[in-house]
Every structure is written in C-alpha cells, then in structure tokens.
Write a new protein. Structure first.
Length: 231
C-alpha cells in the first residue's frame, strides 16, 4: 500500500511547481493591464471634458431659444421622417400638417424665445392604467414661452412583467402627450386660437427633437476583464 504522506508530498510539490511557474506571470500581467487602463483613462479625460463642455453649450443654446434648430439639416431630416410615421394624429385636427421646411413654420414668427430645458428620465414602479399596475418609464422636459413655463411629461414604456410591455411610439409621444401640454401652455398665454393648432404641432415636433439632444451624454470607454489569479 502506498504511504499517504508520500502521496500528499507529491501533490504539494506539483502545487508549488504550478505556483512558481504561473503566479508571477499572472501577477505581472494583471499589474500591466491595470497600469494600461489608468493610462487610457488619463488620455481619455481631456476628450470627455470637451464633450461635457460641448453638451453644456448645446443645453444653454436650447434653453435660450430652441428655434435655433429649425434651419439645421438634422432637424429637417427628423421632420421628414416624422411625417412618414403611420397612425392617426392624436389630439390634432385630422388635416393638420406641417411643412418639411421648418424655415416656413409659424413658429419662426413668434416675438418671444422658445426655451427647452431640464430634461429628466423618470420611473414610476407603481403606475396604473385602469387595467393593471406596471412600471412606467417616461421623461419630463420644461418648456418656457415668454413668462410662462410648463413641465411636459411624456411616457415611453409600460412594463407589466418581464415578457409584457407596451412602448409609446414617437408619433403618440408628439401628437398626443407633448401636444396636449403645449396646447395648455398656448391657452395660458392666450395665443390666438385660429393659429394655436398649427403652432402646437410645430412646437411638439421641435420639443421631441430637442429632447434627443438634451439626452446626450459624453461617451466613456468601458473595459472589463476577469482576473485569472488562482482561487
């Protein structure tokens, strides 16, 4: 019968041999990776700070007067794509439409600025829709016209359970939820009723596009690795 002490000694020798061969190399590799990550983060910091500064400038411009977006090619493209969206126009007159050229919009004739600011994402875990409770994901955005300001709340998704959710289309968000609050604001500032539907439509599209800009965040590189140190 083989002596148990001899078996244990052989095993311990193998373990020690393994450790002496691989542990120093793995430790050196781990240190090298961590050092390289820190170098990348230091190099990246300047670009992230520049992105942050540029996004602040964009936010400030939109808070001053979001109509600066009207002549931009990106907004014109957004308008064209919006006009192609299927579905009925919630909360708007059936024949209400907008031009694909924002330079011709009624919105350009207003004598006061259109301020869009304070974008926030929201989550309500106890929402109810007359049928079931759900998690409601939405966003809010502040709209100021002259001396009057409204906070607009726009739902994006209802989640009932892991496999059951309902998304609100962009058209629903613009034509119903955003437009409804915009119309309230126009009524509050006593804007002429004959033009309020047209202006509400234009403003709702502008707000939806401005939201995309306000939601931008700096791009930061993400890198993860799993240590292979022995356990």
């Amino acid at each position: 019968m083989t002596d148990s002490d001899s078996i244990l000694a052989s095993y311990q020798a193998l373990m020690q041999n393994h450790a002496s061969q691989f542990d120093p190399a793995v430790t050196a590799l781990k240190e090298l990776v961590e050092e390289r990550i820190q170098e990348l983060r230091r190099s990246e910091r300047t670009l992230v700070e520049a992105q942050t500064a540029e996004l602040k400038r964009i936010n400030d411009v939109l808070a001053n007067d979001a109509r600066c977006l009207l002549p931009t090619p990106e907004f014109r493209t957004f308008v064209k794509e919006y006009k192609k969206l299927p579905g009925k126009s919630y909360g708007q007159q059936p024949n209400m439409t907008i031009s694909e050229n924002p330079a011709t919009w009624l919105l350009t004739t207003l004598e006061f600025p259109i301020s869009v600011s304070d974008y926030q994402t929201l989550e309500d875990p106890d929402a109810y829709d007359d049928e079931r409770t759900h998690i409601l994901y939405s966003y809010s955005i502040a709209l100021r016209m002259g001396d009057v300001e409204h906070v607009i709340y726009v739902p994006c998704r209802r989640t009932y359970n892991l496999n059951d959710h309902r998304d609100f289309s962009l058209k629903e968000q613009i034509d119903f939820y955003i437009a409804d609050d915009v119309e309230d604001l126009l009524s509050e500032i006593k804007y002429p009723e004959a033009e309020s539907n047209q202006l509400a439509k234009e403003l709702s599209v502008l707000i939806a596009y401005a939201k995309n800009l306000l939601a931008l965040k700096p791009r930061i590189t993400s890198f993860e690795y799993t240590s292979i140190m022995p356990s």
